[in-house]
Ligand binder design. Structure first.
Ligand SMILES: Cc1cc2nc3c(=O)[nH]c(=O)nc-3n(C[C@H](O)[C@H](O)[C@H](O)COP(=O)(O)O)c2cc1C
Length: 223
């Protein structure tokens, strides 16, 4: 007999249908500390290529800063009204020290000598620093940050917390406001989290998705 599932198929799909890109948040509702802690861990648990985690998640709850984000987010109010704003940033540029930091952390967590990971480091360096010709390494790091964005939205939905992913931002202005270049980071994308306003009309709009058979092509029998 197979082990019971941690969540049912119905619950998973129900929450993925429940979530939507919220346009109006209830500014009076804040995410509880224990829920936020869980979402922080969900961000940290995001997988990345090589495991390198070439990112930092900048979390903004300060209302003054959140208000300053509106004009640099195409006037979108979600950044001011949601409980938490997460700015997904990626290393810019990615350097050997980022690889070293990861190797050191691997050695610490796994209880091995950093020298024993020399081959692993060499393999990463040959693909990343300097990047092979034609590869934009910040773009590669940004792709990793998008995995965290997806993970964050799904995790939040499973806890009944609303989100809105946001590319409608001016990344350079975010960088400037948050002092990211001096930290070797660049803004990639934003997600806000909180609770939908009861009058957000987008909540009841049917989801527009292509049909399963139009986007999932099977090679071989459906098992
Ligand atoms: C990467 C990304 C960026 C987005 N940027 C914005 C944005 O700036 N503002 C906004 O209101 N919605 C934004 N959206 C929401 C999409 O329009 C929305 O996810 C899509 O229409 C599907 O609808 P649903 O998320 O409500 O199911 C973005 C979505 C993604 C995935």
């Amino acid at each position: 007999m197979s082990a019971p599932k941690p969540v049912s198929n119905e619950t998973l799909l129900q929450q993925l249908r429940w979530r939507y890109a919220v346009k109006r948040f209830d500014p009076t509702r804040k995410i509880a500390a224990e829920d936020w802690q869980t979402l922080e861990h969900a961000l940290v648990l995001t997988p990345s290529s090589f495991g390198l985690q070439p990112w930092r998640f900048v979390v903004i709850t300060d209302q003054t800063i959140k208000d300053q984000l509106v004009p640099i987010s195409w006037g979108q109010r979600q950044v001011a009204d949601a409980s938490h704003v997460v700015v997904f940033t990626a290393r810019k540029p990615l350097t050997e020290s980022d690889v070293d930091r990861y190797v050191a952390r691997t050695a610490e967590v796994r209880g091995v000598a950093a020298e024993s990971l020399a081959g692993f480091k060499k393999m990463m360096m040959s693909s990343l620093v300097p990047p092979p010709s034609g590869v934009d390494i910040h773009h590669w790091a940004a792709l990793q940050a998008y995995i965290a964005l997806g993970n964050f939205m799904t995790s939040a939905a499973m806890l009944g917390i609303d989100t809105c992913p946001m590319e409608g931002i001016v990344p350079e202005k975010y960088d400037e406001l948050l002092g990211l270049p001096r930290e070797g980071l660049g803004t990639v994308v934003v997600a806000v989290a909180g609770y939908r306003a009861p009058d957000d009309k987008y909540a009841v709009l049917p989801k527009v998705r292509f049909k399963v058979e139009d986007v999932v092509h099977n090679i071989g029998p459906r098992l």
